[in-house]
Design a protein around this ligand. Structure first.
Ligand SMILES: [Zn+2]
Length: 328
């Protein structure tokens, strides 16, 4: 793999025809098969876009997922769904509820992984939601404690991760965006991730966001994955100052695009961010990606931002390849 490989966190914007189809399906006006055909069409388009942009490690774009917790909860035994729960502002959603013993009757993501990987020679990441986040974003009415719930999710996610590895995935990402919200639970999250990754030999990654990283750093480095995928752009690379307080001992996927901002960054600012990161990190330990998933952006914004990311990385790679110039 080349220096500073490029990738994305996981989700891409859903094309308009797929958004419409999901609404029709929810109203029982479109069959599951018709919707699945459009999900495959959108997945082909997302793979083609990533190849056109020149990204190195691809994702399937999560065209078949609504929410990263509900997608798994709907496929697991022992799970139900709450009534409407208020999130921020006036948005309401249904939250998964653990109502019985959590079991995985069948693989949840393996067919989508195989479909996406079949469309490209570049590696496609397997993509799972971690046990801590599954628990934090669900209600529990069955297990006696949060820890029991987290470990029960860890068991089914371990099964899924091992199936992805058997299916040929070279990278398995187990996202834990909820992790930085309760620093006191970091040890449980670490134990649960160990359950998930202990039997894996492929590269493991965990994405986190909403990052109050100072509250869990450097403890976060104990999370048993090869690579941590962290946002840097949306808080002006405060992460770099944090790394100055304690060396970063893992690989890092560094977020250099603000995923929640419409504005397309300039190549200069992204390249400057990467150079800044390389003052505290070795090039060999750094992958470059956006801060978070891109599903809230438009297709044009996602394409524009990623084109800038790839161009900025190429510029920095050329600088790294040049013999060191003497500073006069
Ligand atoms: Zn995120």
């Amino acid at each position: 793999m080349t220096l500073l490989p490029t990738t994305t966190v996981g989700s891409f914007p859903k094309p308009d025809y797929l958004v419409r189809a999901r609404t029709l399906h929810a109203r029982n006006q479109m069959s599951r098969d018709e919707l699945a055909e459009l999900e495959r069409k959108a997945t082909r388009e997302v793979i083609a876009l990533q190849e056109k942009l020149g990204l190195d490690i691809l994702v399937d774009g999560e065209m078949y997922r609504g929410d990263m917790t509900a997608f798994f909860a709907e496929q697991l035994e022992g799970m139900g769904t709450s009534g409407l729960v208020r999130s921020y502002g006036n948005r309401y959603y249904r939250k998964p509820i653990v109502v019985g013993e959590i079991r995985r009757p069948r693989p949840m993501t393996v067919e989508w992984y195989k479909f996406a990987q079949g469309l490209t020679k570049k590696p496609v990441k397997g993509m799972l939601t971690g046990p801590y986040t599954m628990t934090d974003w669900s209600f529990n009415e069955h297990y006696p404690s949060r820890k029991d719930t987290i470990m029960a999710f860890a068991e089914v996610i371990r099964e899924e991760a091992e199936d992805l590895q058997r299916a040929g995935a070279q990278y398995i990402q187990i996202d834990e965006p909820a992790l930085s919200t309760r620093p006191d639970e970091l040890p449980i999250a670490i134990e649960a991730m160990h359950r998930v990754t202990a039997g894996l030999t492929v590269k493991t990654i965990s994405h986190m966001c909403y990052g109050d990283f100072p509250s869990i750093y450097p403890g976060l480095l104990q999370l048993p994955v090869d690579q941590l995928d962290l946002e840097a752009a949306n808080n002006d690379y405060a992460l770099i100052d944090l790394i100055k307080t304690h060396p970063f001992t893992k690989e890092i996927a560094l977020g250099v695009l603000d995923s929640h901002d419409h504005r397309v960054e300039s190549k200069e600012e992204v390249a400057a961010g990467i150079r800044r990161a390389l003052t505290v990190l070795k090039p060999e330990q750094v992958t470059i990606d956006p801060d978070c998933g891109l599903k809230t952006r438009t297709w044009e914004e996602a394409e524009g931002k990623l084109a800038v990311l790839v161009a900025a990385v190429r510029e920095v790679r050329e600088e790294l390849a040049r013999p060191k110039a003497k500073v006069s």
